[in-house]
Write a protein of this length. Structure first.
Lengths: 703, 76
């Protein structure tokens, strides 16, 4: 093997072994999240300095129990390890195991060894060995596994340096396989494999044969060769079974010689906590209590930083306007870019808080209990207990939520989950809700404790959830897809959450949001600004026309300027578009300005506020920049003299945003995850039609 | 019909005998649910499904229809 200055290291391991903790310790903040070519699973990579001369690029692969994948996430592991042409094809593999469940972890390790990678076994949580009464004869285990082994405690940062020192020496590691599967299963059959595929190691050929459908990366020629070779799927399944039994036999023999547990030392916090957290009454009470706490904090805690951000950007616009030389460029900055950036930044508090909660629940092991509690209920709606995590994540953003559905192995359950996620109240709806609620619902208390505005918000959350559940029932009955009902979930041990892991998770998710959705929002704000500040002849001559028209009235200059600006906006490009769709949105109680904001927010909901801000700012050119809330409150319907955002219009808008599918990012991800345009188109038309009808009914009842 | 994992009561232990290969996902085997292994029923979810079991050192939840496919002998 050649010496390289940049090593490719793959980090593999069972879920819940602390693989991510180790990754965070090795790479620190030198992490980046990319995409695997063609698919949208996050590829977490980070640079790590192994020694003076050696740097490694570490890829954190999704957690898996075996190289044989059952979910889409796990196929990544298979492909990374089998496809020699991928960028992250490892020079060496670190297998992270956990001290308590070494047996099952060694199953995966033995597969990696049989692929003949230079591989090292890292046993994590070794600091808990004494407490759990575990002893391991490391030297004997090294000999049996023909591998290097390092004991670490990733959370306490113990053993990391020892691991790096071992890696420096990786070229001398033993790469012999540990299990000779061919002898035990069918020597003749495996000999035939060896002669047919001389270019690969025996175990690799076997995996390619058994996992052909998961190996898109193979050349057509090789695909054909495999298909001709394998004519008997029944035999393959039988042999996979034999392989599994045989691997465990070997592992049990090895562990008998090297591993012992003193059962008396084992503490039993797990079963006590389980009894409470999965209790048929308390279990649900605790779960809903936690949900309530999450939503309460999103609304209560996030509102302070959000108000500050809102005011900050309003002031920044004003500052830019007064201090920069007058001209188109300044207008672009003050009216287009600054409100656009503000429209992105304002989400940060909510998204960060939500992801913090979700990461904490996953870290502690509680999430698996929720899956266990909810599975039967969710199945009545055609989903799985595992759908709970995507549905809760959906309250932050549908995009990562849809990606989180990848660990649902049943296709029908997964599809329904993907289709209904956009009904859950994502954080992009929150600023729209927050501002509309503040405008139309009085800030009063009912029964002395509940804040009326808070209650309305909770009502909207419930509404979104009800819509998701109802459409799931509908889809469950309509979709004719066979299900096998396969479902296995590990119930990991309870752990205290690691602040460091949660911090990295929150940073990574919010960063992904800012750079993903943020780009769209910013770009649209600028386009919108351009369309609002340019127009045809009537726009160009606005000043002369309005001055002439109003000359008899002798208006003060400020009022006159405002009239000119309004006239200009009405005859700008965007004004024309708004006027064109006005007849369609009139029954919902909206005018053409709201119409513009509505059109723009089909790209992303949160653009609604930014769009209104841009429109009103352009309109008040030369006038005062208030916060967006103040401007909306001041907006008047010229025909009735009433407030524009009255109760009927406000409610109609709230409900429209609750139901409509307005997010290009989500549609794109649904297309990629379902590999078809059929499903995103169904979402777009179905949800938007529902939203339109509900808004019209609401407006007409209330006004 | 003999006993299956689904006929265990909470706290009871059985030894896995056999199962129909087509009905059991490979990854359940890979997590250690194999003939000859001890399986203990730890909890049953509120609506009688899924089942929370400990087998071969792993703590897992499986659905009742999978549990019914795995034949066991009960240990007293």
């Amino acid at each position: 093997m050649q010496s390289k200055s940049l090593l490719n290291i793959a980090l593999v391991g069972n879920p819940n072994t602390g693989k991510t903790s180790l990754f965070n310790q090795l790479t620190g903040l030198n992490q980046k999240v990319g995409n695997y070519p063609g698919i949208t699973v996050d590829k977490k990579q980070g640079k790590c300095k192994i020694s003076e001369h050696l740097t490694a690029e570490i890829t954190d692969l999704p957690g898996t129990y075996s190289i044989n994948p059952t979910t889409l996430d796990e196929t990544i592991v298979l492909e990374t390890l089998l496809n020699e042409n991928n960028d992250s094809f490892p020079d060496l593999v670190i297998v992270v195991a956990e001290v308590e469940n070494l047996k099952r972890n060694l199953f995966l390790f033995s597969q990696i060894k049989d692929l003949q990678f230079p591989a090292i076994l890292v046993i994590n949580m070794s600091d808990q060995m004494i407490r759990k009464g575990i002893t391991i004869d490391i030297d004997a285990l090294k000999k049996e596994l023909k591998s290097e082994i390092v004991l670490i405690s990733a959370r306490k940062n113990l053993g990391i340096d020892a691991l790096k020192r071992e890696i420096e020496n990786f070229e001398n590691w033993n790469t012999e396989p540990v299990a000779n599967i061919s002898d035990k299963i069918d020597p003749v059959f495996f000999e035939a494999i060896e002669t047919t595929f001389p270019e690969f190691s025996l175990y690799k050929s076997w995996l390619l044969i058994t996992q052909q459908k998961n190996c898109d990366f193979l050349s057509n020629e090789l695909q054909r060769k495999i298909t001709t070779f394998n004519k008997d799927d029944g035999k393959i399944i039988k042999y996979q079974h034999k392989e599994t039994v045989y691997r465990y036999q070997i592992i049990n023999e090895i562990l008998k010689k090297t591993y012992s547990v003193d059962k008396n030392e084992a503490t039993d916090i797990r079963s006590k906590l389980d009894r409470i957290l999965t209790h048929r009454i308390f279990g649900y009470i605790i779960f809903f209590g936690i949900l309530l706490l999450i939503f309460q904090s999103i609304f209560a805690w996030a509102s302070y930083p959000m108000d500050l951000i809102d005011v900050f950007f309003a002031n920044l616009s004003e500052l830019a306007k007064t201090n920069l030389p007058k001209g188109t460029f300044t207008n672009l900055i003050a009216e287009g870019i600054i409100p656009g950036v503000g429209g992105v930044v304002i989400f940060l508090p909510q998204i960060a808080i939500l992801f913090m909660f979700i990461a904490t629940l996953e870290e502690t092991g509680y999430m698996s209990r929720v899956v266990f509690l909810m599975d039967k209920i969710m199945r009545k709606f055609g989903m799985s207990g595992k759908s709970i995590i995507p549905l809760i994540s959906g309250t932050a953003c549908a995009i990562p939520a849809i990606m989180a559905s990848r660990n649902i192995s049943d296709w029908k359950e997964r599809l329904i989950t993907i289709l209904v996620i956009p009904f859950t109240t994502c954080s992009a709806r929150l600023p729209v809700y927050a501002i509309l609620i503040a405008l139309i619902i009085p800030d009063e208390r009912v029964f002395g404790i509940f804040n009326l505005q808070g209650l309305t918000l909770m009502g909207l959350y419930l509404l979104g959830f009800t819509a998701a559940i109802s459409s799931a029932i509908l889809l469950h009955n309509v979709l004719k897809i066979k299900t096998k009902g396969l479902f296995i979930i590990e119930m990991p041990n309870y752990k205290l959450p690691s602040i460091k892991n949660i911090f990295y998770e929150v940073v990574e998710k919010t960063k992904a949001f800012i750079f993903g959705a943020g780009k769209i929002i910013l770009a649209l704000s600028v386009v919108l600004w351009f369309l609002a500040s340019n127009g045809h002849t009537k726009f160009e001559n606005a000043s002369e026309f309005v001055t002439a028209q109003e000359s008899a009235n002798n208006l003060p200059e400020k009022v006159l300027n405002k009239k000119i600006a309004s006239y200009k906006l009405e005859h700008s490009y965007i004004g024309k578009m708004g006027k064109i769709i006005e007849p369609v949105i009139k029954p919902m109680g909206y005018d053409w300005k709201i119409g513009i904001a509505l059109i723009s927010s089909f790209a992303a909901r949160e653009v609604f506020i930014g769009a209104l801000a841009t429109i009103y700012n352009v309109e008040s050119e030369g006038g005062d920049f208030g916060t967006i809330k103040e401007r909306m409150a001041a907006e008047v319907n010229p025909k009735t003299g009433e407030k524009r955002f009255n109760f009927a219009t406000g409610m109609s808008l709230l409900l429209f945003y609750a139901f409509a599918m307005q997010c290009i990012g989500t549609l794109a991800i649904v297309k990629r995850e379902t590999k078809s345009w059929k499903w995103p188109i169904l979402q777009l038309t179905g949800m938007s039609a529902l939203a339109y009808i509900v808004s019209i009914i609401t407006y007409n009842i209330l006004s | 019909m003999g006993d299956t994992i689904a006929s265990l009561l909470i706290g009871e232990i059985g030894i896995i005998q056999d199962f129909c290969l087509d009905a059991i996902p490979l990854n359940l085997l890979e997590m250690g649910c194999l003939p000859g292994k001890e399986v203990r029923l730890l909890q049953i979810a509120p609506l009688r499904d899924p089942l929370y079991i400990k087998v071969n050192g792993s703590h897992l939840a499986i659905r009742i229809e999978t549990a019914k496919q795995i034949n066991i002998t009960k240990l007293l």
